[in-house]
Design a protein around this ligand. Structure first.
Ligand SMILES: Cc1cc2nc3c(=O)[nH]c(=O)nc-3n(C[C@H](O)[C@H](O)[C@H](O)COP(=O)(O)OP(=O)(O)OC[C@H]3O[C@@H](n4cnc5c(N)ncnc54)[C@H](O)[C@@H]3O)c2cc1C
Ligand code: SF4
Length: 278
């Protein structure tokens, strides 16, 4: 099972225009968090705010406006879990939603099981949303990719994206620059090379762009909790959905990429073991 356990997989897109203006793909993460806050299923959500020029700042959002401010992908490490205690102890949240890369979802699931150092926090985590992730970049590396390889000042960037084998930069002048993804490999975080989880296998709901058409997201519903909230939202009109079998490029591509990551990075794990560095 290269995608981990799941109940169902669909292609989906938010119906909230304000979300679609700011979100990376189909706006799945922001729409679920806004719905969760408005319906009191969640009272705080951990997101990655844009600290300016795509610098990441983990944030506890307690309003739909704050969720919207943090929408969109920042291709650099955002230590979201570092504000979990703050959510419970400073913001007094009892039902916390967390979005994170697969490694962060694993870390969160582990702390729920073994809450060493997280006493009285684990039972306050109400929903885990995982985003697909093949690799990530330290901020300095991201800056070199954008400014030196793509020739765009960080100040002028409105969106960054990875897809179709390329790294894309969208500017506020309406220009689009793209370089081949292989040119960015040297700047990847080396920890990502021993990571074997592409689709956030331990999340309640996982989502990414791969597998679905532009502007739509592939959504993997994994747990009862995830299914309950997602189904309710579809019934209430928050998402348009299509069977994953009816969209292109489809689930085959997600499976292929998930397998590639597992195979390649498992080899790197073995290599580092031989070197005695893990
Ligand atoms: C480093 C990285 C690599 C990715 N690689 C892939 C990939 O290979 N294939 C693929 O299909 N999708 C990938 N994604 C996921 C994709 O870019 C979108 O984040 C995902 O589809 C959710 O889009 P959305 O429109 O539903 O979310 P939105 O509604 O735009 O919300 C996105 C949420 O993610 C949070 N967030 C943004 N950046 C980070 C970050 N660095 N760390 C933690 N949280 C963050 C935001 O604060 C926001 O709450 C990657 C994301 C990241 C951060
Ligand atoms: S590749 Fe793995 S370790 Fe790197 S950010 Fe993504 S999930 Fe985390």
């Amino acid at each position: 099972m290269v995608l981990g356990n799941y109940r169902k997989i669909v292609s989906a897109r938010s119906t909230i225009p304000e979300v679609l203006k700011k979100s990376q793909d189909g706006g799945i993460v922001s729409t679920i968090f806004i719905y969760g806050l408005e319906n009191r299923l969640l009272d705080g959500v951990i997101v990655s705010d844009n600290g300016g020029n795509f610098y990441t700042i983990p944030k506890v959002a307690t309003t739909p406006e704050e969720v919207l401010e943090a929408a969109g992908t920042k291709y650099s490490i955002s230590p979201n879990i570092s504000v979990l205690k703050k959510a419970a102890r400073e913001y007094g949240c009892e039902k916390i939603g967390v979005v994170g890369t697969p490694c962060q979802i694993r870390a969160t699931r582990k702390l729920i099981k073994y809450p060493v150092g997280f006493r009285h926090i684990a039972d306050k985590i109400a929903l885990l949303i995982g985003i697909f992730c093949m690799e990530n970049f330290p901020y300095e590396g991201l800056k070199i990719i954008v400014e030196e390889l793509c020739g765009v000042k960080m100040d002028d960037v409105v969106k960054l994206d990875i897809g179709k084998g390329k790294f894309w930069v969208y500017t506020r002048w309406g220009e689009t620059k793209a370089i081949k993804l292989k040119e960015t490999h040297a700047f990847e975080s080396s920890a990502c090379h021993i990571c074997t989880d592409y689709t956030a296998e331990l999340a309640d709901i996982s989502t990414g762009s791969v597998g679905s058409p532009d502007g739509w997201s592939t959504v993997i519903i994994r747990t009862e909790k995830g299914e309950e909230i997602f189904n309710k939202m579809v019934e209430e009109g928050y998402f348009k959905i299509k069977p994953i079998e009816e969209v292109k490029p489809g689930l085959g591509l997600v499976e292929k990429l998930a397998k590639t990551k597992k195979d390649k990075n498992s080899k790197e794990i073995e290599h580092r073991k031989v070197l005695g560095i893990i």
